[in-house]
Design a protein around this ligand. Structure first.
Ligand SMILES: NC(=O)c1ccc[n+]([C@@H]2O[C@H](COP(=O)([O-])OP(=O)(O)OC[C@H]3O[C@@H](n4cnc5c(N)ncnc54)[C@H](OP(=O)(O)O)[C@@H]3O)[C@@H](O)[C@H]2O)c1
Length: 328
């Protein structure tokens, strides 16, 4: 497993990190035994960064991670997230930070995160979402800075709202965040325009999420695939979205075949390696819900980098499909 620096002053983290959403719930049926096996297999494969959040099963993902880490000897970097207080998701331009991320709310929430993770200091605390409405008066981030001075948090981050990822550019330039968590994948290449260059310029760490487009970029789904209602993807891929996605995934597969590389890289490898092809990216947190997926995803980090000509070809798969998380 290769390592990269998480921000100019952060630790060295594994190129592949563990995405801890599905093990908390919301992705259809999930057995704890599979989640625990996935975590152990990922750590055995060299993963040393795990991403989680309160929102992943109301703390269940955090608790499972803490249980597994209690049995392990290695140093593992755990990033978690505090969601905004009750209100619209993502926060609307009319939301006030005083109602969503007040100092009292943030302090109480961080105590819960510490308890769930069974630790006295959080390696990275990310605000789970944000709005540029708060950019010019970013008080919540100053509260986190205070919590850092008190020794409760090490690094500070913001996870981008899907519809306006570029809103964190000002926060990076203002030196308010150590790390940003962003969507960057074969379909969603917009961060190349400015977000990634500004991360390099400011020494901000970049955690890439959804590199597999919620599983679709693995190439395993048919156009007719349907998810159970208990899986959030029943909305994410509702209507004709899965069919449209699969046809684009097949076009990506053709590119891999044209380059004669289909026997060396699976679509999972290609997707993870594409995200890692940018040096500004510190780690790619692939979601993993069982041992087999953890073994496949960690193996990717041992493969050679993709040829430049192939990366150039893959640029054509940038897809301006709008914001699916917000519904039709
Ligand atoms: N707003 C935010 O801050 C935010 C939002 C989203 C995600 N995240 C973070 O980013 C992480 C990664 O994103 P994600 O988990 O949503 O999506 P993802 O990494 O694009 O996709 C993960 C899903 O793909 C499938 N999969 C993974 N590896 C596979 C393999 N080798 N072969 C076949 N299928 C495989 C699994 O689901 P199935 O087996 O069920 O298909 C898995 O749950 C999350 O876990 C979470 O930590 C943060």
């Amino acid at each position: 497993m290769q390592h990269r620096r998480l921000s100019g002053h952060g630790p060295h983290v594994s190129e592949i990190g563990f995405g801890g959403w599905a093990i908390g719930g919301g992705w259809g049926e999930q057995q704890d035994a599979d989640s625990v096996a996935a975590l152990h297999a990922a750590l055995d494969g060299g993963v040393n960064l795990i991403d989680t959040a309160e929102g992943y099963g109301d703390g269940r993902s955090e608790q499972l991670i803490a249980e597994v880490l209690r049995d392990r000897d290695e140093d593992v970097f755990v990033a978690t997230k505090t969601p905004p207080d009750a209100g619209p998701w993502p926060p609307s331009p009319h939301c006030r930070w005083q109602d969503r991320y007040s100092a009292a709310y943030l302090r109480a929430n961080v105590e819960q995160r510490l308890q769930n993770l069974n630790t006295d200091r959080i390696d990275l605390l990310q605000l789970h979402t944000w709005t540029r409405a708060w950019n010019d008066d970013p008080q919540p981030l100053l509260v986190l800075r205070q919590l850092r001075e008190e020794g409760k948090i090490n690094l500070i981050g913001v996870s981008t709202p899907e519809h306006d990822q570029a809103c964190v550019i000002q926060l990076m330039r203002d030196g308010l965040v150590d790390v940003v968590q962003i969507i960057f994948n074969l379909f969603h290449q917009e961060p190349i325009a400015q977000l990634l260059p500004v991360a390099a310029e400011t020494g901000t760490g970049v955690i890439v999420r959804v590199a597999l487009d919620e599983g679709a970029l693995t190439g395993k789904f048919s156009p007719e695939h349907r998810f159970p209602e208990s899986d959030f993807r029943s909305q994410y891929f509702e209507g004709d979205r899965m069919a449209r996605t699969v046809s684009r995934v097949e076009s990506i597969r053709s590119d891999l075949e044209d380059f004669g590389l289909a026997d060396q890289y699976s679509l999972v490898d290609l997707s993870l390696k594409f995200a890692l092809s940018r040096p500004e990216v510190s780690t790619v947190i692939a979601g993993m819900r069982n041992e087999e997926q953890a073994m496949m995803n960690t193996r990717t980090a041992r493969l050679r980098d993709l040829p430049d000509e192939l990366i150039q070809r893959l640029h054509r798969h940038n897809w301006l499909r709008g914001v699916w998380y917000s519904g039709k």
